[in-house]
Design a protein around this ligand. Structure first.
Ligand SMILES: Cc1cc2nc3c(=O)[nH]c(=O)nc-3n(C[C@H](O)[C@H](O)[C@H](O)COP(=O)(O)O)c2cc1C
Length: 178
C-alpha cells in the first residue's frame, strides 16, 4: 500500500529533475502532506494507480527528445487506470539553449497520459519565459500544461516558482475533490 496519497515520480539524466522533485515534496510537507518520491526507473508502473494524486517530472533532452527512462515506458502509460487520479506535471528545460523545443517532453508526457482519463491540474503561465516554441504549451501559448523549470537559465526563479505552484496545486486539488 502507498504511504501517502501523493506520489512524485521523476526521470532524470543529470539530477536536476530529482532535485526539483525534492523541493516540491518539501513544499507539500510544509502544507502538512507527505509525498512519496520515486525515480521512474525504480518502480512498477502499476504503483501509480495507488495514489489519488501524481506529480510527474520530466526533462527534455536532445532537441525535443524524451528522457530515456520515461521514453522506455511511454507506450505503457495509456494502459493505466487513472480516472480518479489528479495529475500535475513539471518539466525541466533550457529556454535559451533549446528555445524551439523548450520543455517539449512535458507535452509528450501529457499526450501519453491523456487516454488514462486522469484529471490534469497545475497549468502554468508562460509569462517570464523567452522561447520560440514548446510542445508543452496550451491556450495559444499562454500556458504550459504544467510547471516549467529552467535550472540552466533561470535557476534563481526556481524556488519561488515551486512555492507558488504547490500552493496553486493545493487549491486546484481541493476544487477537484469537492
Ligand atoms: C545536450 C542537451 C540537450 C538538451 N535538449 C533540450 C531540449 O531539447 N529542450 C529543453 O527544453 N532543454 C534541453 N536541454 C536542457 C535540459 O533539459 C536541462 O539541463 C535539464 O535541467 C536537465 O534535467 P535533468 O538533470 O533532470 O536530466 C538539453 C541539455 C543538453 C545538455
Amino acid at each position: 500500500m502507498a504511504n501517502s496519497s501523493i506520489a512524485l515520480i521523476y526521470g532524470t539524466d543529470t539530477n536536476n529533475t530529482e532535485e526539483v522533485g525534492h523541493k516540491i515534496a518539501k513544499q507539500w510537507e510544509e502544507l502538512g502532506e507527505q509525498v512519496d518520491l520515486f525515480n521512474i526507473k525504480d518502480i512498477e508502473l502499476g504503483q501509480l494507480e495507488q495514489y489519488s494524486m501524481l506529480i510527474l517530472g520530466i526533462p527534455t533532452w536532445d532537441f525535443g527528445g524524451i528522457q530515456s527512462d520515461w521514453e522506455d515506458i511511454g507506450d505503457d502509460l495509456a494502459n493505466l487506470t487513472l480516472e480518479d487520479t489528479v495529475i500535475a506535471l513539471y518539466g525541466l528545460g533550457d529556454q535559451f539553449g533549446y528555445g524551439d523545443y523548450f520543455v517539449d517532453a512535458m507535452g509528450w508526457l501529457y499526450e501519453k497520459l491523456l487516454p488514462t482519463g486522469a484529471t490534469f491540474i497545475g497549468q502554468w503561465s508562460t509569462e517570464g519565459y523567452e522561447f520560440e516554441a514548446s510542445r508543452a504549451c496550451v491556450h495559444n501559448k499562454e500556458h504550459f500544461i504544467g510547471l516549467a523549470i529552467d535550472e540552466d537559465q533561470q535557476f534563481e526563479l526556481t524556488d519561488q516558482r515551486i512555492e507558488q505552484w504547490v500552493i496553486q496545486l493545493y487549491a486546484e486539488r481541493a476544487v477537484e475533490a469537492a
